[in-house]
Design a protein around this ligand. Structure first.
Ligand SMILES: CC(C)(COP(=O)(O)OP(=O)(O)OC[C@H]1O[C@@H](n2cnc3c(N)ncnc32)[C@H](O)[C@@H]1OP(=O)(O)O)[C@@H](O)C(=O)NCCC(=O)NCCS
Length: 445
């Protein structure tokens, strides 16, 4: 496929700039023969040029799983976008296949000419063709992806605390046993099993392909940022079955002879919150540690609510994590569960993929929800026509992405001017989409 974009030079032609020519590029699905040249836009784009052969080999392994699209001009790769095949958990525990977009990068010499837009258009087309109802990604900058219909789908809080000042106020009931697993391959195999039990309990979590676990087992030194190698502690229930794990690193340090180590939690995972609390208690009691860092925890982390002195667990950062792009509105909305029985007509506007725009009748309830499209594909709905009697909730497709997993409520989106509905309808919609727990994932891709 050849794509032609007009090249805008903002430095030329006075204050307004001018078009200086036309650039033609092709977008192709890349393969093993394109490695390592295909990594160039990404390595330059993410400031990683000049990485060593070991890191390059890690990328090669990743690209065995990632389906990579490349934009090429006269034989030179100028842009890329890839995707992992993930299973994403929805409220209620169902999982759906999604494209986890990654490696979105364009050479600085070719930026702002529409190359990412073209790559994203192709990625979303291909995802629809595969029959997958959505795409996800982690955004390097929040301003990039709303125009492509992505909306924030999960958030995180990062905590820091001095373990001497944080406790549960009462002893945590201890069940089963804890084991420090020395062999990383064995630790990772057990962790992967527990992860698969956990991820279906939490909307927003997704599968982790073996390549990610293999990477964790190798634990390359270049990724440790001065910390130790990964340590793995596994919790087993009374019958000896693994049901929780934590992986963490320590950076040793002493000041005037006093211990001052920092412990960084990488994963703290258990389907049962009580087991998660036991693992937290283990991490809190590691000797010589004066600072514990727990990055990328759920925004509604139950551990904070267990503490006697919760203010000691300082939130050092909070932000958006997963972004979601709804491609099959009916398919996605009927795959999740709802708190109450109701009937709502959603008006969805999708400027980037007009074929998704339309009115959808959603019937929710404790049983199987139903959703049917009421208008022809491609009908563009102006905001004014969305607020009439024929639509209960009118919103842009990126706002819908923030409702699917229960990230926020219709009322909050309405207050932000991102959704239109009458106040009585808003209250009903809030009840429908309510999930009880914030969607969460800490899987980086
Ligand atoms: C982000 C990046 C991929 C954009 O590629 P690009 O080819 O320049 O993007 P496009 O030309 O298709 O831009 C499409 C639109 O998005 C806007 N846009 C692009 N990058 C943006 C950013 N970082 N912030 C806000 N808007 C941005 C453009 O201005 C353009 O808007 P317009 O259509 O109104 O003119 C590229 O700048 C890059 O490689 N950055 C460094 C690596 C990175 O951050 N990648 C994203 C990883 S999640």
């Amino acid at each position: 496929m050849d794509l032609r974009v007009r090249v805008w030079n903002s430095d030329a032609g006075g204050a307004g700039g001018c078009y200086t020519g036309v650039m033609t590029f092709e977008i192709v699905v890349t393969g093993p023969d394109d490695f390592p040249a295909i990594t160039r836009p990404g390595l330059i784009g993410f400031g990683r040029a000049g990485i060593g052969s070991e890191q390059l080999e890690d990328i090669r392994r990743e690209l065995d799983v990632v389906r990579m699209l490349g934009a090429r001009i006269d034989g030179e790769w100028v842009g890329t976008i890839g995707d992992f095949p993930f299973e994403l958990t929805l409220p209620g525990g169902a999982t759906v296949p999604v494209a986890g977009a990654t490696w979105a990068a364009v050479l600085p010499t070719h930026r702002r000419r529409g190359i990412l837009s073209a790559l994203m258009g192709r990625l979303l087309d291909d995802t629809v063709e595969r029959g997958w109802p959505a795409a996800t990604l982690l955004a390097s900058e929040a301003g990039i992806y709303p125009r492509f219909g992505f909306g924030v789908a999960s958030g995180y809080s990062s905590f820091r605390f001095d373990p001497r000042h944080v406790d549960f106020g009462a002893d945590v009931a201890s069940t089963g046993s804890l084991e420090l697993v020395a062999d990383p391959t064995q630790a990772v195999a057990t962790a992967a099993e527990i992860w698969d039990l956990y991820r279906v309990t939490r909307a927003g979590s997704s599968s982790r392909p073996p390549v990610m676990w293999e990477y964790a087992a190798r634990d390359p030194e270049a990724d440790r940022e001065g910390f130790s190698g990964l340590m793995w502690v596994v919790h087993r229930d009374d019958a000896g079955r693994p049901d929780g794990y934590a992986s963490y690193r320590v950076k040793d340090c002493d000041t005037f002879g006093l211990p001052h180590a920092t412990l960084k939690v990488v994963d703290l995972v258990a389907p049962d919150p009580a087991v998660e609390a036991e693992l937290f208690e283990y991490l809190r009691r590691v000797d010589l540690v004066r600072t514990v860092e727990m990055p990328y925890r759920p925004v509604d982390d139950h551990l904070v609510w267990r503490l006697g002195n919760r203010r000691e667990m300082v939130t050092v950062e909070t932000g958006d994590f997963l972004w979601l792009r709804v491609l099959d509105v009916a398919g996605l909305l009927t795959s999740r569960s709802y708190a109450v029985t109701d009937e709502l007509v959603l008006g969805v506007d999708d400027p980037f993929r007009p074929a998704t725009s339309g009115r959808y009748l959603l019937r929710t309830g404790p049983g199987d929800p139903e959703c049917e499209r009421l208008t022809d594909p491609g009908v563009s709905l102006a905001p004014a026509s969305l607020t009439g009697g024929s639509v209960d909730l009118a919103m842009d497709v990126s706002s819908l992405a923030s409702l699917v997993l229960g990230t926020t409520t219709p009322s909050v989106l309405a207050a932000a001017g991102r959704l239109d509905a009458r106040p009585d309808v808003l209250a009903r919609a809030d009840a429908c989409f309510h999930t009880g727990r914030a969607p969460y994932t800490n899987t980086e891709f």
